[in-house]
Design a binder for this molecule. Structure first.
Ligand code: NAD
Ligand SMILES: O=C(O)C(=O)C[C@@H](O)[C@H](O)[C@H](O)COP(=O)(O)O
Ligand code: ZN
Length: 362
């Protein structure tokens, strides 16, 4: 894990692909696009206009016909309207099945661009260039794509693995600290469900976690990508093992809807993990010390641990639309211990209310 070299993590599957972690990785883009590609759509958010344009110009200089699609920042990118705008650009430029999409941005942009690539002509190649920590450690890896609807988070989507992922750590230089720390919620998630060393590293030096240039951040990116690559390599389509990556998301996604998508995803997942830990403890499965550890690790990163008490009825309704729900039976990823994830199926409503009471505030 040296600072100068590039780390390659391969994701297994029908078409294995590489996630590269390092600095100055854009030169790898043509290799990841593959020999057949002639046209490339570069999808980027408004905030990254200069970066998106630089990527487009590099591709033109490398002999591609490259066009850009600038999309809104944040969750506004993940809508059917924005996907339709991208389809329009692809259609106007006559993209064929041997052409490709490149996503340059955070998780919202990789989710959108991945969905556009999954649906254009029923599937063209996509390469992700994540520019947020969350994008690098989670959203760009694994092939889940998604759009939000008025009723909830990621309710529309497809499984469409990328041809490759370039995690260029230099892009984190401009990322606001709050966004870096929100992304760390997903890193901590990987620690709780699979890799306890992540938790030990964060506990040992929480200040370094907020410094994008620290070697610790690089190690955490590599560890989290390794966890995700291992899980999605075994269960791309979320039929079993992959559910563990949804730890904290049942309540987390409901909070995002309740906040009309104004909260960062990682912040909502942070509260969701504390809730899941309390639930597991009340169900007699998880030791209190591990619940306390959730609060101390996430709290040390300045992530939220509580949510509004008055929103419980709406949250409960939104959780009914979670993808793990079967019929009217809510299902939660919970822990028996650190790195021992399991499921809690159809918990009693009083248990859910008690767990929520322990994380709610006025
Ligand atoms: N598909 C998956 O497996 C998966 C996994 C985890 C999260 N997600 C999704 O990812 C999304 C969250 O992603 P996110 O936290 O990256 O949010 P985001 O994409 O909204 O990015 C956060 C903000 O940072 C800006 N930004 C991006 N890169 C920047 C940079 N280098 N410098 C300065 N500003 C920059 C963006 O324009 C945006 O305003 C959610 O929609 C979530 O559902 C998907
Ligand atoms: O990759 C997965 O699987 C995950 O659950 C990772 C999550 O961090 C991510 O937020 C994902 O988009 C949630 O998926 P969903 O199926 O609950 O929409
Ligand atoms: Zn997530």
């Amino acid at each position: 894990m040296s600072e100068s070299k590039t780390t390659r993590i391969t994701v297994a599957g029908e078409r294995p692909y590489d996630v590269l972690v390092g600095r100055g990785l854009l030169g790898e883009l043509p290799g990841m696009l593959g020999g057949e590609v002639r046209k490339v759509l570069v999808v980027h958010p408004r905030a990254l206009r200069a970066t998106g344009e630089a990527v487009r110009e590099d591709l033109v200089a490398a002999g591609y016909e490259a066009v850009a699609a600038e999309v809104p920042d944040d969750e506004d990118a993940k809508s059917a309207q924005v996907a339709a705008f991208c389809w329009g650009v692809l259609g106007q430029a006559s993209f064929t099945r041997t052409d490709a999409v490149v996503a340059v941005g955070g998780g919202t942009v990789t989710d959108l661009a991945g969905f556009v690539a999954a649906t254009w002509l029923r599937g063209v190649r996509v390469v992700h260039v994540p520019t947020t920590l969350l994008g690098m450690v989670d959203a760009a890896v694994g092939g889940k794509t998604g759009l939000n609807t008025a009723e909830g988070k990621n309710l529309v989507g497809a499984f469409h693995p990328p041809a490759g992922v370039l995690c260029d750590l230099a892009t984190l230089e401009t990322l606001p600290r709050n966004d870096l720390l929100a992304g760390m919620a997903e890193v901590v998630k990987c620690g709780f469900v699979a890799d306890p060393v992540i938790l030990e590293r964060v506990e040992a030096d929480p200040d370094a976690v907020g410094d994008h240039a620290s070697p610790l951040v690089r190690e955490l990116v590599e560890r989290a990508v390794a966890v995700k690559a291992d899980v999605v390599g075994r269960d791309l389509r979320d039929t079993g093992d992959r559910e563990v990556l949804n730890y904290g998301h049942t309540l987390g996604h409901a909070i995002e809807l309740s906040e009309r998508f104004a909260w960062r995803h990682g912040a909502a997942v942070s509260v969701g993990m504390v809730f899941a830990a309390e639930l597991a403890s009340l169900a007699g499965r998880l030791d209190r010390s591990v619940v306390d550890r959730h609060r101390s690790v996430l709290g040390a990163l300045g992530l939220p641990l509580t949510y509004r008490g008055d929103r419980w009825p709406q949250l409960l309704q939104a959780m009914g639309r979670d993808k793990k729900t079967r019929g009217d039976r809510l299902r939660f990823v919970v822990l028996d211990d650190v790195a021992r994830p399991t499921r809690l199926e159809g918990p009693d409503p009083s248990l859910l209310a008690a767990a929520y009471a322990s994380i709610s505030r006025d």
